[in-house]
Design a binder for this molecule. Structure first.
Ligand code: HEM
Ligand code: HEM
Length: 124
């Protein structure tokens, strides 16, 4: 999977965009903006971040290693867990908080791996 990690990131990014945009349209149509934090993070943690990761791997093919695959799974499991849990929390289900907490730690772990990739990939 490492060899096609750029494609995986770019493809998954547009799926997050579709989820986030549907949430935005649902909020606008219903005049109920409760889902705003979930909408914002589906789009920023999902669509924007995943697409940026994909572009990085496209332009730095040497970084397409097992570390990239690990980063893919941490970023995606974290983003989905965080966004779904936030959606529950803001609609009156505070029991979902541990899901958001675990998701955010996955997101952070993924970003630590990505930071290593960027520092390695941008060595002079
Ligand atoms: C179909 C397109 C979209 C619709 C209908 C939509 C709708 C909305 C609505 C209704 C809100 C709540 C506003 C409020 O209560 O103050 C909101 C907030 C937000 N949206 Fe969207 N949105 C769309 C696309 C996007 C995209 C593409 C992004 C980012 C890539 C985005 C990022 C955000 C962010 C960050 C907020 C929170 C803003 C704040 O903190 O006040 N939205 N959106
Ligand atoms: C570990 C990952 C993250 C966590 C735990 C987190 C948590 C939060 C929290 C608690 C808020 C305040 C929500 C509220 O007051 O309703 C927030 C807002 C916001 N975050 Fe994040 N965030 C994360 C990642 C990101 C990333 C990567 C971006 C952008 C690329 C981002 C963009 C925003 C924006 C634009 C807002 C204001 C819109 C809103 O209130 O929903 N966040 N975030």
């Amino acid at each position: 999977m490492s060899a096609s990690i750029d494609r995986a990131f770019l493809r998954v990014a547009v799926l997050y965009a579709l989820v986030g945009l549907c949430g935005g349209i649902f909020m606008s149509a219903s005049h109920d903006h409760a889902l705003m934090p979930a909408h914002a993070h589906w789009l920023l943690l999902g669509w924007v971040s995943m697409f940026l990761y994909g572009l990085f791997y496209k332009t730095h093919p040497a970084a397409k290693t097992k570390l990239a695959t690990a980063q893919f799974w941490l970023a995606n499991i974290g983003a989905i867990l965080l966004c779904v849990a936030v959606g529950f929390i803001v609609t009156g289900h505070p029991k979902a908080e541990p899901g958001a907490a675990i998701g955010s730690l996955f997101v952070l772990a993924g970003m630590i791996l990505f930071a290593i990739q960027v520092f390695r990939g941008t060595k002079a």
